[in-house]
Design a protein around this ligand. Structure first.
Ligand code: G3P
Length: 218
């Protein structure tokens, strides 16, 4: 399973990249705003800065919601860097735009996906990635992981090549369950990735190894 980081914070992207486990980055307008990135020029520069840190795919989300606007914006975003993936919302004009981008060879990430029907449409349109938001489904008492399982089944039934990018991942168990269910990618906050490191027996075991080494090598 690929690990993407779900942030626009350059320090966190660098930390994940330096860890050697980073396969890509996803951003969204809320994450850009959180970093205080204001104005189109600053936003575009920030995408390029992210691409210069991470050597995987970087999702950049369109703001337009009409077909022509999404095409214009998406083509511009894709021109910023060869690893930019155009993130398009799961709306009617978005599906139409994904189909256009797919024919043009521009990679897309269909975002704000909350149902298998939406995921099926994204795959039919030729999306490179589909982003089911598992945490936000859990937030409304609906099983987000079940959605991953259902999409996997349907995509495998027909050999759709769209990669399942589990989004709105909140904690390490989400990552582990996504891996068990065969998600292609999980996009996660940095703390969910680093939480995978932790086990008290590792800490106890390491302390004992170092102590024993010290005893005979003092
Ligand atoms: O990038 C989309 C998604 O990962 C957002 O996550 O935590 O805001 O639901 P969250």
């Amino acid at each position: 399973m690929k690990f993407f980081i779900d942030t626009a914070n350059l320090a966190q992207i660098k930390e994940a990249q330096d860890l050697g486990v980073l396969d890509g980055v996803t951003t969204n307008p809320s994450l850009m705003a959180k970093e205080g990135i204001k104005g189109n020029d600053a936003i575009y520069k920030h995408y390029v800065d992210i691409c210069n840190i991470c050597d995987g795919d970087v999702s950049a989300e369109v703001i337009s919601t009409d077909y022509e606007g999404i095409i214009k914006e998406g083509e511009f975003l894709a021109s910023l860097h060869p690893r930019i993936v155009v993130k398009v919302p799961m709306i009617k004009d978005g599906v139409k735009a994904i189909s256009y981008f797919s024919k043009k060879g521009i990679k897309t990430n269909c975002t704000l996906v909350f149902s298998v029907g939406q995921a099926l449409l994204a795959a039919k349109a030729g999306a490179s990635y589909v982003s089911p938001f598992i945490g936000r489904l859990d937030d409304v008492s609906t099983d987000g992981l079940q959605l991953i399982e259902d999409i996997r089944l349907i995509y495998d039934n027909y050999g759709y090549e769209t990669e399942i990018l589990a989004a709105s991942v909140r904690h390490p168990m989400h990552i582990i369950e996504c891996a068990k269910l065969g998600a292609d990618v999980a996009t996660c906050p940095l703390n969910a990735i680093t939480a995978l490191l932790n086990h008290p027996l590792t800490d106890i075991g390491l302390a004992k190894f170092l102590e024993d080494h010290k005893k005979v090598n003092a």
